[in-house]
Design a protein. Structure first.
Length: 95
């Protein structure tokens, strides 16, 4: 019975961990240019992003550096800029 409970807890933990991980998107255009050997510039129109202060305060809660910068500038109580130099999540290798 203890083993069953342990397995269930591990499965739930893995599921929750997987939910937080960003899913990479497959870009068909860049894949086809790699196959053909041609270097085609990929132009992506960046739509203005809108973030809102929803209580997240740590770098591990953010999905991009842009989001971390927004939270640092506009939301109270963030803990992402330890040396107060204006660059949040400097040591986060995801960005």
């Amino acid at each position: 019975m203890k083993k069953l409970i342990l397995v269930i807890l591990i499965a739930i933990g893995a599921w929750k961990y997987n939910e937080k991980q960003p899913t990479p998107h497959f870009d068909e255009a860049s894949a086809s240019s790699r196959k053909s050997g041609l270097a085609e510039p990929v132009v992506q129109a960046s739509a203005p992003r809108s973030f809102n202060c929803d209580g997240r305060v740590y770098c591990s809660d953010m999905t991009s550096r842009e989001e971390a910068e927004y939270f640092t500038r506009n939301c109270p109580g963030t803990k992402m800029d330890g040396d107060l130099d204006g660059n949040p999540c400097e040591n986060d290798s995801r960005f």
